[in-house]
Design a protein around this ligand. Structure first.
Ligand code: CS2
Length: 478
């Protein structure tokens, strides 16, 4: 038996395998076919294909690994979505991914599809660190490895910005309208940021006319994406394969909750994702601030405090009576920095978040969330802290989260066993911690002096520095 015609042997199942999209064409190229995409956009797209049909299948692109391409292609792009409900596991076969290209092997089909007038959308979940765009200026960071490579080799790019620019250039040359660039990473004003980076890159390779054309005709909608998706484990592969009666190498487990808010600004066609539950709005920023600050900011606090206290999963941190009040404080302080959103009562959103974090069926590792702190802390913790200080609101929870992150950056457990920070700025962070030895003030000073990380407003605030120092001194002592 093959996964395409698998039927579920046990447990509850939401949908079996009747859907067949093999005749639907490709309309989307998606960079980063990891767990999050497969629990989110690919599912919305599957649902729209099932409802309305259309040429909206996805060509996945993996920028670095070949594994996910091999695994998914070996199953005709089909995989199982396992939704952990309170009363069991819902399984659904997702069939919106046509196939996946590993860019390190060949880019021929990737650029053919990027240039094709049938492709309307290029979306991406490549994580915060992949872009190489400076937040403050929107300019490309020429020291970023992918940007540096692509500036030298604009006709054979390997990074996300270089590939988008070459894809758009091919379209311009062939008289095809630009595709819409839909960023689905947890970055503030993600669409605007990518647009600035793309335009700056085009200028940097002397493609002024291309930049003008993209600026005038392109579209880069902002979007807020949300679904808690732990990395796939061997246990999940076993559990799903058993329920399916056939091996699925790449199932995804996720929570029941899912949210997608998208700015309705597309060059040409788009799938009717609203029919699968997405919300199209004219302004995404308030939703994005809410999510980045209340969910992701709290997640980072949970991750650093939890990991350093020996908790493996988010749910374990939530069950720790000493830590839970600190987590609740953080969510509240984050909510206070937000502009009101008519559609959402922040207290209700907060209560829902607590339940989502507590979900006993989701094994979300604190170490997974702790990764890439230097790329996540600015929008999750530092910017809300600046707003809180400016508005005279409680800022201490953000100082505590900062202290917890700095403490994590020491890179070893209390028993001296080392762990990798898993951060592109790992060496700088470890050195900053070491430079202060065991002196909280000196360590904090070193972190605040790192370039392009903690905003100057915070580094200059005595009350902020004091609060972070108190938090860190406490961690160092206990
Ligand atoms: C998490 C996010 O790993 C992390 O940094 O905070 O991946 C989080 O689970 C998602 O944004 C939820 O939508």
């Amino acid at each position: 038996m093959n996964i395409l015609n698998a039927s579920f042997a046990s447990k509850r199942s939401v949908k079996s395998s009747e859907d067949d999209f093999s005749n639907n064409g490709i309309g989307i190229v998606h960079f980063g076919t990891g767990a999050f995409h497969r629990a989110h956009q690919a599912v919305y797209t599957h649902d729209v294909l099932a409802k309305n049909g259309g040429d909206w299948r996805i060509l996945g692109v993996s920028l670095q690994s070949t594994q996910v391409a091999d695994d998914l292609n070996g199953q005709d792009g089909v995989y199982t979505l396992a939704i952990r409900q309170e009363n069991g596991l819902d399984l659904q076969l997702i069939k919106s991914i046509a196939s996946v290209e590993a860019a390190v092997r060949s880019k021929t089909n990737i650029f053919r599809t990027l240039a094709s007038s049938d492709t309307h959308i290029v979306s991406m979940t490549v994580t915060e660190k992949a872009y190489g765009i400076q937040r403050e200026t929107g300019k490309i960071d020429t020291s970023h490895p992918a940007i540096a490579h692509d500036l030298e080799n604009p006709e054979d790019p390997s990074g996300i910005i270089g590939m988008i620019v070459l894809g758009l250039k091919l379209r311009k040359e062939q008289g095809v309208k630009p595709f819409t660039v839909l960023c689905c990473d947890n970055l503030p004003q993600n669409g605007d940021l990518v647009k600035q980076g793309v335009l700056d890159f085009a200028m940097a390779i002397d493609e002024e006319q291309l930049a003008d054309w993209i600026g005038a005709e392109g579209a880069f909608p902002n979007s807020m994406v949300d679904r808690i998706t732990p990395a796939t484990t061997r246990d999940l592969v076993e559990e799903v394969s058993q329920a399916l009666g056939v091996k699925d190498r790449v199932p995804i487990e996720t929570e029941p909750f899912s949210q997608w808010v998208i700015e309705d600004d597309f060059v040409t066609l788009r799938p009717e994702w609203e029919e699968a539950g997405a919300l199209f709005v004219s302004l995404v920023e308030p939703y994005e601030h809410m999510k980045l600050r209340m969910l992701n900011g709290t997640h980072s606090l949970i991750a650093y405090m939890g990991f350093c206290s020996g908790h493996k999963y988010v749910r374990d941190v939530m069950a720790d009576e000493k830590l839970l009040p600190l987590i609740k404080n953080h969510i509240k302080a984050a909510a206070q920095t937000l502009k009101p959103l008519e559609e959402i009562v922040f207290d209700e959103y907060a209560a829902q978040l607590i339940e989502r974090f507590k979900n006993p069926n989701i094994a979300h590792e604190t170490y997974q969330i702790a990764m890439d702190g230097s790329q996540k802390m600015p929008q999750r913790i530092f910017q809300p802290a600046v707003d809180a200080l400016n508005k005279g609101l409680p800022f201490e929870p953000f100082a505590l989260a900062t202290a917890a992150w700095i403490y994590y950056c020491r890179g070893n457990h209390d028993n001296n066993a080392e762990y990798a920070l898993r951060d592109p700025r790992e060496t700088e962070l470890l050195n900053a911690f070491k430079s202060g030895k065991t002196n909280a003030r000196a360590i904090i000073q070193a972190f605040h002096e790192l370039p392009d990380l903690i905003p100057g407003e915070l580094a200059k605030s005595a009350e902020w520095l004091k609060a972070v120092e108190t938090g860190l001194a406490d961690f160092l002592q206990h």
